[in-house]
Design a protein around this ligand. Structure first.
Ligand code: ADP
Length: 427
């Protein structure tokens, strides 16, 4: 078991490419910490720096209270599982799992016993005499896990271990990883871009974007109480409803979020009211998850939106409705780009500022996903002025119906126009 502390860790690749920017994070002893973020945000780089496979450009890494920046990988007592197993093709399953113990010159009888025992836990005891080439993808990943676990390292690092598997196998192995790692109590840092994996596996999730830590907390904290609009949108399988609203405080009676055709009021007793009222006269962004809106009768008098059903979408376990309410959805603001800091004068690091001009050259080619998020890319039906609502497993509306939805005020998330939460998240 082991704790991991990253203190303002930065990685600049050759070619002056800033992949991780002053990232501070702690994994507690025995914790399952998931690093989540879009492809290219620096997750693997961070993991590889912890493993000692990449040099840390700036900042400190502590393993179990020991400064580890310059420890050789073999001295870190860390086991890593990669996306595609990377097994020894000419060794049997038994030989692959046993390999780390053989290298350590462990007692052969003990090795045999450990491998047999572990192969049962991993459900590969029937395959012990086979070569990796004859195994399914799921079995190969189980062997890779076995090889990582067999010598009981103090830290597991897993880099998208399930991403090459089909959906069924992914779910099955996900549950097994969770059970196995928890039963061993080994600190685990797990990289994924899959929000479902993150939510289901993690004790805590750290969300990254462009090499910058955006938020860290338990799955429930991150989902219900995200620090930024980016985090809220990233952790939402049905897309976040994000709308612009003017803040008004008429005669100081209450706080009103004025969406144009619709208004929602918050009483002063609402814990967020004061923070939001500081933006009176200005604009804010309001996030609502599709499950924070519920169909109601026309006579409903509580906070609500009304409109016309544009389309319904069947998702097997539920229906989604797209409601045209005359309120334009806004694109999710991208978090601040560290390039701005590096190019400006705020950066206190001489080493980094010396790299300024060519910094991030690679990033420039990358497509901006900001527009796509606002346009809800997963749906061909959805338009920018639709609200998305979860209907459960009964399509109570038809396209063209007039419809009303209640707004669960406790589920509203209010952000500045830059996407930062106005009422501070609780951690
Ligand atoms: P993720 O794991 O989140 O997909 P990575 O850590 O692999 O992201 O990469 C972060 C960024 O650093 C990417 O833009 C990637 O292209 C870049 N990168 C990764 N490895 C190298 C390398 N060896 N040299 C230069 N750039 C790299």
């Amino acid at each position: 078991m082991s704790s991991v502390v990253l203190d303002k860790v930065t990685k600049v690749y050759p070619g002056d490419y800033l992949a991780v920017d002053r990232l501070s994070l702690r994994a507690e002893d025995g914790e399952f910490l998931v690093l989540l973020g879009p492809s290219g945000c620096g997750k693997s780089t961070l993991l590889r720096m912890i493993a000692g496979l990449e040099e840390i450009t700036e900042g400190d890494l502590w393993l179990d209270g020991q400064m580890a920046n310059h420890l050789a990988p073999r001295d870190r007592d860390v086991a890593m599982v990669f996306q595609n197993g990377a097994l020894y093709p000419h060794r049997t399953v038994r030989g692959n799992i046993a390999f780390p113990l053989e290298i350590a010159k462990s007692d052969p009888a003990m090795v045999r016993e450990r491998v047999t025992e572990l192969s049962k836990v991993l459900h590969i005891n029937e395959t012990l005499d086979r070569r990796p080439g004859t195994l399914s993808g799921g079995q190969r990943q189980r062997v890779a896990m076995g090889r990582a676990i067999v010598r009981q390292p103090r830290l597991f690092l897993m880099d998208e271990p399930l991403s090459n598997l089909d959906a069924g196998m992914r779910t099955e192995l996900r549950m097994e990883i969770s059970a196995l790692v928890r039963s061993l109590g080994v600190t685990t840092i797990y990289v994924t871009h899959d929000q479902v994996e993150a939510l289901t596996l993690a004790d805590r999730i750290a969300i990254l974007n462009r090499g910058v830590l955006q938020d860290v907390g338990t799955p429930a904290q991150i989902y219900n109480d995200p620090a930024t609009a980016f985090v809220a949108a990233f952790l939402n399988s049905q897309q976040l409803n994000l709308l612009a609203a003017h803040v008004r405080t008429p005669q100081n009676q209450y706080v009103m979020l004025d969406f144009g055709p619709h208004q929602v009021t918050l009483p002063w007793s609402d814990p967020r009211a004061y923070a939001i009222s500081q933006h009176t006269g200005g604009q804010v962004l309001v996030g609502m998850r599709p499950d924070g809106l519920a169909p109601v009768q026309e006579s409903y008098e509580g906070p609500s939106f009304f409109g016309r059903v544009r389309a319904l979408e069947y998702h097997g376990h539920e229906w989604l409705a797209y409601l045209e309410c005359g309120m334009p959805a806004v694109p999710v603001p991208e978090p601040p780009d560290p390039r701005a800091r590096v190019n400006g004068t705020a950066n206190g690091s001489g080493k980094l500022s010396g790299l300024v001009r060519r910094m991030f050259a690679g990033h420039r080619e990358e497509p901006q996903d900001q527009e796509q998020v606002g346009q809800h890319p997963n749906s061909g039906i959805h338009r920018r002025s639709d609200l998305i609502i979860r209907l459960g497993n009964r399509p109570i509306w038809r396209a063209g119906d007039a419809a009303k939805v209640a707004v669960d005020l406790s589920r509203l998330m209010v952000f500045t126009v830059d996407g930062a939460r106005i009422d501070p998240p609780r951690r």
